[in-house]
Every structure is written in structure tokens, then in C-alpha cells.
Design a binder for this molecule. Sequence first.
Ligand code: CTP
Length: 413
Amino acid sequence: MTASPAGEHPRVLLGVGGGIAAYKVCELLRRLTESGHRVRVIPTRDALRFVGEPTWAALSGEPVATEVWSDVAEVPHVRLGQGADLVFVAPATADLLAKAAHGMADDLLTNTLLTARCPVVFAPAMHTEMWEHPATQANVATLRSRGCVVIEPAVGRLTGVDSGRGRLPDPAELFEAARLTLVRGGAPADLSGRHVVVSAGGTRESIDPVRFIGNRSSGLQGYALARTALARGARVTLVAANVALPDPAGADVVRTGSAREMRDAVLKAAADADAVVMAAAVADFRPAGYQDVKIKKTHGEEPAPIRLVENPDILAELVLSSRISSSAEPARRQVIVGFAAETHDVLQHGRDKLARKGCDLLVVNQVGESLTFGAPDNAAVILAPDEAAVDVPRGSKEALADVVWDLVAARLE
Ligand code: CTP
């Protein structure tokens, strides 16, 4: 849980729109209250057709109202908005997005959206056609331009038999989005309008159908980078290699296996990106030949050696193509961030690697079997050419991610 500026439990207004995904928001509400947030649910009239007032009241432990006409003496539409640390609207229907974009105020939720001065997050859910309609997209663009975070809906099964973009992301990930927005304590969504690409996890190079050469990367740092960028308003493409983690709400996740697959996915996504962060552990080598049948035991004879060949260096390719495009179009320069995992002489290897790779920032951390891999925390030194190193003391991977985005945002200005 995060404390509100007054040091009290954060106050969240949970706006619920009239969509079938309202049932998933019960789970989000439960996660918020169980982690110590004080939550007032403000459903629309139509939201109550899907989930009734007693459910919201019981799960929040607070009264529930939809209209401005209850408790009028307390002027609730002003008091609630003014006192909130976060307004989170889920599911945000096409109608609710339109009303919010145009400043309409015909119930308690839409009135509250006009009086709130805290961060506002919308999690839309609707059919693909409604989401893609130019009217909805224009409303989303308006809300984002005003500093609201609008989470991209997920792709998958919709209400009927059809599937496509329009699903409400999983409640656990919506909770993460709410939590990370609160951690920022009202700081502006400074990556709004930016597209960032993050690679995460560890590549695997197949030897035969059952074996591979891999590494210990869990993907946690890359996912923390993706989640924090989303909370700062960025559009995020997350290129993940062999990661067993749920998709962050709003991220466009591209799953890859080998270094060559990751290269293709990263270069494709990077074409229109403002920043690329290579947090993935990419295998430097792959077996020269893939055996399409399982390699069998040799029963005493020496096994055939596995010959390795070098993989493409994705970071180096990114730096090269960004230099070429920025010499043609100086305004299009990307910020490129590398990670370096070192087991010893961390600073020296880091400085050498920064010079060799030519990226804008290099996040160097010390690794070992029990350090960093799979752990929730991390410590690092961030290097930039001709600048003093930024020391990031041991803390959460999200805290490190936020320092990286601070440095990226400063370079994008
Ligand atoms: N990287 C990459 N492509 C590769 C290898 C590494 O894009 N084939 C990226 C990683 O994602 C990371 C950075 O380069 O951001 C540094 O990775 P690291 O493995 O530490 O560096 P290497 O260049 O492989 O150097 P070495 O293994 O010699 O330490």
C-alpha cells in the first residue's frame, strides 16, 4: 500500500461503467480494500444492472450512490472529487469516455470526474468496433492529452462468441496499474504520447526439440519497466522471451523465444518508438546447427561437441539504425537504454560496455545466482556518456524502473 500525501490510507474513487466487465471490478475492489486503500464506489445507473448496489457496498464498506441527489447537504460530487488520491474508472464504456471527454455531468461519477484534481485512470472495455470507432478514439486522445491515463483494452474473448481488442485487463493487473499510479503521488503522466519498447526475459537457443541454451533471467525487471511506463502514460510494446508473468494491463506483449526472434520483434516495434530499453538477457551465441531429432546418449563414447555461432547484437543494431535515421531526421532521435549484468568489476566493465555499445544509458547491475535473478529487488549504477554515474540503491525493481524513465523522459524533452 502507498500512503496518500496526508500520510493516511489512499482514497480511491472507483467509477464503474455500465458494461458486463463490471463483474471483474468486484475483484479489483477487493484487492484495493484488502491492501488498505479506502475505496468509494461510484457506479453509473447502468452499471447497477450488471452488479447491484449491495455488492459494491459490502465489498467497499462504504455507502454507494449513483446520483448527485443523495446526501445533498454534503455536496458529494464536489467533496468526493476533491478528497480523492486516485479516480479509477473500470469498465470505462464508450458512453462514459465520450461524456468525460466532453465534460458532461449528468450523474455522480461524471460530476466527480470534473471536480477531481488527482490522477484519473480509465480502463475501457467494449466491443472491438466500438473501441476502434473514430469517435471513441478521438475521445481517448482528448482524455490522454489532458493527462488522464487510458489503458489499452486487452485482446481476447469478448462477451459473445467473438474475440478481438476490447477486453478489460485482468483485475490483478488493473490493481497494479492503480497501485503504481498512487506511488507516483500525483506526478504528471510524463510519457503520455510516447511509444516505448521494452525487452524482457531471457532468450533460448534450441539445441534439439527438447534442449536449449538459456539463462536465469525472470523478466521481472523488464515487466517492472513496462508497468511503470504504462503508469506514466506511455504506449508500451513489451517484447518478452520465455517469461511466465501475466501481461501488464495496456501493454502490447509480443512473445518471442530465441535471440533472432527477439531481434525481429524489437526492430519492428522500434521503428516508431521514442525509447527502447533492452532489459532482456540475450544469448550471445546459438548452436551452429539445430538437430531436429533428440540427441541420444552415446553410451561411453565422447559426445559430439556443440559448435556455437554468434547471435546478432540487437542493442548495437538499434543504436546504428537510430543514428542513421536521426542524421536524416534529427527530431526523430530515439533514447536507447542497455542493461549490463556483470559478476565482477562492475563499474569498469560498465564504462567499457557503454562505450562499445554506444547507447544513451547503460543500467549496470551485479548478478550472481542469488543476486537479482528472480528477486523482487535490484540495485544498479546508471551510466551515461560524459556524465556522473547515477547510483540507485537496493530497492524494488519498479523504483529502479522509475529512475530509468526519469532519465529517459529528461532526454526526450
Ligand atoms: N544485448 C543485445 N543483443 C545481444 C546481447 C546483448 O541486444 N546479442 C543487449 C542486452 O539486452 C543488454 C546489453 O546488450 O541490454 C548488454 O548485454 P550483456 O550480455 O551484458 O553484454 P554483451 O555485449 O553480451 O557483453 P558480455 O557478454 O561480453 O558481457
